[in-house]
Design a protein around this ligand. Structure first.
Ligand SMILES: [Zn+2]
Length: 284
């Protein structure tokens, strides 16, 4: 599968501070911190290629930001901002799209981001901002919260809050693109009995599968590729040579049934009668 290209845009910069909070905190700093956190979460994902319009406190014109994304061309553009109002009580999280084709992305990101902020849900809404209007790919502009609201300003500059929101947006991006969210953190043990899956090819190896209600599930990509298959992801489902199959996401990895995988790829599979936790797979 070709890597999906993502451009993350930290709004404002340098002489343009964006909005200023009641305690003097600057929107440009929040935007940059969030962009860097989001980049770090997505960078390790083998399905994604991530770049930033700015990774330091520099100024870019709006059209330069658009050009960076259009020149790639990127598959997805995310601009990060904090909101501001003359009313100090204005509050909440919102996500803007400018073209109707970007509305589904805005909906997914808003759902994840708002749950993480815990702020009022102002929804996914239309707004004709240049960076999301003139970019050619799915593009959204996030207003995480109101920097003009004292309570929200404080949260926006809280490290744990930032980490939580960055993680939520990263997961939303992966959900929208249909790729598993993967981080380098050790995965929690899956709540299913383990199966030992041995693949008998020259490069063969042993993998951990799971027995879920009597069905054997195996990690799709390593075994599928060992058997010469093309493994992809679309709309949260694993595809084997382009065919979507029933999928379980376990700790960010796409698992498919051993039967589907071997059937699609013409491999043979044997369950060991004496050792019911063992599965042997042979290429045809
Ligand atoms: Zn802004």
């Amino acid at each position: 599968m070709a890597k999906k290209r993502i451009v993350i845009d930290a709004g404002h910069g340098a002489q343009d501070p964006g909005a200023i909070g009641p305690t003097g905190k600057r929107e440009k700093d929040f935007n940059l911190t969030m962009a860097i956190k989001l980049d770090a979460l997505l960078q390790a994902n083998p399905n994604l290629q991530v770049s930033l319009t700015r990774s330091t406190d520099v100024f870019l014109e709006l059209r330069q930001r658009v050009k960076i994304a259009n020149d790639q061309p990127a598959d997805l553009f995310i601009s990060i901002h904090a909101n501001s109002s003359t009313s100090s009580t204005a509050n909440g999280t919102e996500t803007y799209f400018s073209r109707s084709t970007s509305a589904p992305l805005a909906g997914v990101i808003q759902r994840h981001m708002q749950a993480a902020t815990g702020f009022k849900d102002r929804g996914a809404r239309y707004g004709s901002f240049q960076v999301i209007r003139d970019t050619k790919m799915d593009a959204v502009l996030l207003e995480v919260g109101f920097i003009s609201n004292p309570a929200e300003e404080q949260k926006l500059f809280d490290n744990d809050f930032q980490d939580r929101v960055a993680l939520a947006v990263a997961k939303g991006i992966c959900e929208y693109l249909g790729v598993p969210f993967e981080t380098e953190k050790p995965a929690a043990p899956a709540p299913y009995p383990e199966m030992t899956v041995t693949v008998h090819t020259a490069a063969g190896s042993t993998y951990t599968g799971y027995n879920i209600k009597g069905i054997t599930w195996v990690p799709s990509r390593p075994i599928g590729e060992l058997l010469g298959g093309r493994i992809g992801y679309t709309k949260s489902k694993v595809t084997i040579n382009g065919e979507p199959v029933e999928t379980q996401n376990i700790n960010g990895v796409g698992y498919v049934t051993a039967r589907d995988l071997t059937k699609q790829l013409g491999a043979r599979i044997f369950w060991d009668k004496a050792e019911p936790t063992r599965v042997e797979i042979y290429p045809q």
